[in-house]
Design a protein around this ligand. Structure first.
Ligand SMILES: [Zn+2]
Length: 440
């Protein structure tokens, strides 16, 4: 089946499954009902924590914000529907390579990046303190997460994606800690002043791992009690961080390279090194890093574009676009939806495409990591609004499907709780404990 037909079909099946909360559907078997019931009970009890969600400060303002069902993959209504309890907002600042932006690694470039990071910190603070304090609260420790969750509120945390906005000032690590950062990745895509990025496999290396400044930052992160995130780092940087860090490290959103061979993912040696620190890989549901698929042929792309135009649907490619596409698709009246589906079936027959990346492909990565490094070192992340595209978990409202698939594969309640948050919170506690020791 083609990616689009499958996407639609699976989406409809999942909508049906999730809708069986109170009344069983005719097509589900008693065994299936029991499974769903069991999964629901586990999902409701666990602290379901997602370690990586991107956002734009413009989606956290007074007029337009996540209390509304925006066309984003993540927002509070989706979070509530999917039974997601806690999330790390990504304080992400992108960077260009030196060649593309001559002042990128000068005072002016750092200042620009710093201002963008501060804008994001402020947006999360404003959202949790002024816009929706009755619904969501900022956590600074694992104990906060447990406390806020226990009183029935949603939990927000902050993680910094890219150390670029730190500039060359190690003191800024403390400033970011004070602003609420509880994890920080040294790099994003492209090398920076702190470390090499995974993109060096294509572009060549700058530091062969960490820069001297990057090593100082690792020490400072340990001292303050900020989890070190190795997502986006090169293997060299990651292995050096694992060796240098006095506390467990995390990969806030990464996947297994053995199943999807891209430089952004972690190979077995890296996973074992991460385990040795006591850390956790938060396996992420970004289709391009879950499974490599062949791109559509020009004919198929053109036919799909024409169909979308006919039904007034936006293009689903590009960051954030998938969510807009999904929202527009969901908004189609039933009759038009059926017509669009028919059209897709015709296109699939004439110009077949590669199969879609599904929830099962995603959970395969969890299985793989659990078998290699153990249930205590694996967790879950979505990368919503920066990624997505996994059929079955393509926005926060579909979060229950992950638990259901884990139950289907025989994971126990205790194991699922570990995957959904217990492991990450353990690391957070441990990082804090190490920091206290180091500060003595
Ligand atoms: Zn990322």
């Amino acid at each position: 089946m083609s990616r689009h037909a499958l996407a639609l079909l699976t989406w409809m099946i999942i909508v049906n499954i999730v809708a069986t909360d109170s009344r069983p559907l005719a097509q589900t078997s008693p065994a299936e009902d029991t499974l769903i019931k069991k999964a629901r009970a586990i999902h409701e009890k666990a602290i379901n924590l997602d370690t990586h969600i991107d956002f734009a400060p413009s989606d956290l303002t007074g007029e337009r914000n996540y209390t509304q069902r925006l066309e984003t993959q993540f927002n509070l209504p989706n979070m509530i529907d999917g039974g997601l309890d806690a999330l790390f907002f990504s304080i992400y600042v992108g960077q260009t390579r030196e060649a593309q932006n001559p002042d990128a690694f000068t005072a002016a470039g750092y200042e620009r990046a710093y201002k963008l990071a501060v804008e994001k910190f402020d947006a999360v603070q404003r959202f949790t303190r002024e816009i929706a304090p009755d619904k969501i609260e900022l956590a600074l420790t694992a104990a906060d997460v447990r406390r806020i969750h226990a009183k029935g509120k949603k939990v927000a945390l902050m993680g910094v994606e890219n150390g670029y906005p730190l500039g060359e000032d190690v003191a800024r690590v403390k400033e970011f800690y004070d602003r609420g950062a509880r994890y920080l990745s040294l790099t994003h895509n492209g090398h920076n002043q702190l470390a090499d990025s995974h993109t060096g496999e294509r572009d060549g290396w700058k530091w062969n791992g960490l820069s001297p400044l990057g090593k100082q930052v690792v020490v400072e992160l340990n001292r303050l009690g900020i989890m070190i995130d190795v997502a986006h780092a090169s293997k060299g940087s990651m292995m050096q961080i694992a060796a240098l860090s006095k506390a467990p490290i995390i990969a806030s959103h990464s996947a297994a390279r053995a199943l999807c061979d891209v430089s952004r993912n972690m190979d077995d040696e890296q996973l074992l090194a991460l385990k040795k620190t006591g850390g956790v890989i938060q396996v992420f549901a970004y289709s391009s890093f879950v499974k490599t698929t062949k791109p559509d042929t020009a004919e198929r792309s053109a036919a799909l574009a024409t169909a979308r135009k006919e039904f007034n649907l936006p293009s689903p490619t590009g960051p954030g676009q998938r969510a807009r596409f999904q929202a527009a698709l969901k908004a189609l009246p039933a009759e038009q939806f059926a017509q669009y589906e028919k059209k897709l079936a015709e296109i699939d027959k004439e110009y077949p495409g590669d199969p879609a990346v599904t929830l099962k492909d995603f959970v395969d990565h969890i299985d793989y990591a659990v078998k290699l490094i153990g249930i205590d070192h694996v967790g879950i992340a979505s990368d919503f609004d920066g990624g997505g595209g996994v059929v079955g978990w393509n926005d926060a409202s579909e979060t229950f499907n992950v638990t259901l698939e884990l139950v289907r594969r025989g994971y126990t309640e205790e194991q699922i709780e570990k995957l959904w948050g217990v492991n990450l919170l353990r690391v957070m506690d441990e990082v804090q404990r190490v920091a206290k020791d180091l500060q003595k």
